[in-house]
Design a protein around this ligand. Structure first.
Ligand code: ARG
Length: 453
């Protein structure tokens, strides 16, 4: 059965049918389709289109269909073109001709947009909670890190010492923005298209506000032409997912790097490492490499949908059927990555000694300049003098703290015996005590803020 066919004298070619059918993808919106149909039946009953008996029969039938989906008993037929057809076909098997009245005033154009939005409204909290769990793992690690210090990098070159906790939390804040974006999107998803018909609106007195309320939408669309073709919410959702994946890939890349023998800052637990079929010694961070790799796929999903939407004439075009697969794939990808990342981070071992020994005193050269600044030397000059100390140490093949005081005083008489204090990395860290700095106090404040204390 198709929902159309009256004007056709030939049935659709089998291959064209297969191309056209969207059931493999949109059956995921089965419950939303039934829910939308129940609300629609309600609305057209109130508008006088359905008699009390017809309405009761449709509502009862749809409830059975819902139960069949929920229990997995629902049987799709080869003739089901899409989820909307499947639901209506089953309803007519259950209640007979009255089922034929359900679609009055409705089109699959406003129906599919409604189902899709309903689906996304339930996916957003699910994704949010997966993000929140990973964020908790990051905060947990930050708390465990205490005064553990590590080298901070710019250009992937050793720059300044930082607290490991500060590093963990840097990833927390990025994910927090992703979650905010995701939830901000809700207000644009929560707009009801149903009642827009195929493109021009519904031809009878319909209380769309009541319909929206019934389905849990915050608002009603204000232009039927826009409503049936608006897929901004899907593109935005894919952007949010892509941005989050980029953040995850950044974290993942560093885990990959920091678990190498060269860095050795972290060791993954066996449960989250993989081996090599050839090299018995290997312990690979596949989970994190996949996270990094999937960010590329994710960006592809976003650009794919954007390209599909570009230049489409109003209103509904079948191109729009391409909207759901990327959204489902992006969701599944994140839901598969996030819990694994959380567990892998919770179980990794921190090699504090390796991190500590990767800090050398040149990383405190800025502190050396700051030391001179505190003694009244302008920063530009202080920068140059500290640079000379770095050079003198390099030429003498000693560490900066091994240069005798006389060598310092040759460079500048401002240097005094207290200069050696600047080479304590924890001192350097704790001096950076402004809001958002790496000091222990600042990291504790971040955690407090995160926990809402
Ligand atoms: N399967 C379609 C989609 O996902 C449903 C809407 C079909 N509308 C139409 N006029 N053929 O977009």
């Amino acid at each position: 059965m198709t929902l159309w066919g009256g004007r056709f004298s030939q049935k659709l070619d089998d291959l064209a049918w297969a191309l056209n059918s969207s059931l493999p993808v949109d059956q995921r919106m089965a419950l939303q389709d039934v829910e939308g149909s129940i609300a629609w039946a309600d609305a057209i009953h109130k508008a006088g289109i359905l008699s009390d008996e017809e309405h009761a029969s449709i509502a009862l039938g749809l409830d059975t269909v819902r139960k069949e989906f929920a229990s997995g008993e629902f049987v799709f037929q080869p003739s089901d073109e899409d989820i909307h057809t499947a639901v209506e076909r089953r309803l007519s098997e259950l209640i007979g001709v009255a089922a034929g009245k359900l679609h009055t005033g409705r089109s699959r154009n406003d129906q599919v947009a409604t189902d899709f939005r309903l689906w996304m409204l339930q996916a957003i909290p699910e994704l949010t909670s997966a993000f929140t769990n990973l964020q908790s793992a990051l905060v947990e690690q930050a708390e465990l890190a205490g005064e553990t210090i590590m080298p901070g990098y710019t250009h992937l070159q050793r720059a300044q010492p930082i607290l490991l906790g500060h590093w963990w939390l840097s990833h927390y804040w990025a994910l927090k923005r992703d979650v905010e974006r995701l939830n901000d999107l809700t207000k644009r998803v929560s707009v009801l298209p149903l009642g827009s018909g195929a493109l021009a609106g519904a031809p009878f007195a319909l209380d769309r506000n009541a319909l929206a309320k019934n389905l849990g939408f915050a608002e009603v669309s204000q232009n039927s032409l826009d409503a049936v073709s608006d897929r901004d919410f899907a593109a935005e959702y894919l952007f949010v997912c892509s941005m989050a994946s980029v953040h995850l890939s950044k974290l993942a890349e560093q885990i990959v790097l920091y678990t190498t023998a060269e860095f050795g800052f972290f060791e993954l637990s066996d449960a989250f490492s993989t081996g090599s079929s050839l090299m018995p010694q290997k312990k690979n961070p596949d989970v994190f490499e996949l996270t990094r790799g999937k960010a590329g796929t994710m960006i592809g999903l976003l650009t794919g949908l954007m390209s599909t939407l570009k230049g489409l004439p109003s209103t509904y075009d079948k191109d729009l059927q391409e909207d759901k697969a990327p959204v489902f794939q992006a969701t599944d990808t994140l839901l598969s990555i996030l819990p694994v990342m959380a567990a892998a981070l919770q179980t990794l071992t921190v090699k504090a000694d390796r991190m500590r020994s990767a800090i050398d005193s040149t990383m405190m050269a800025t502190d050396l300049a700051d030391y001179l600044v505190e003694k009244g030397v302008p920063f530009r000059e202080a920068h140059s003098l500290a640079g000379k100390v770095v050079r003198a140490a390099g030429e003498g093949k000693v560490r900066m703290e091994e240069l005798p005081l006389e060598a310092y005083q040759v460079i500048s008489p401002v240097f005094e015996a207290d200069v050696y204090q600047v080479f304590d990395p924890l001192e350097s860290i704790n001096k950076r005590n402004t809001v958002g700095g790496t000091s222990l106090q600042s990291v504790k404040n971040q955690i407090k803020k995160i926990k809402g204390e």
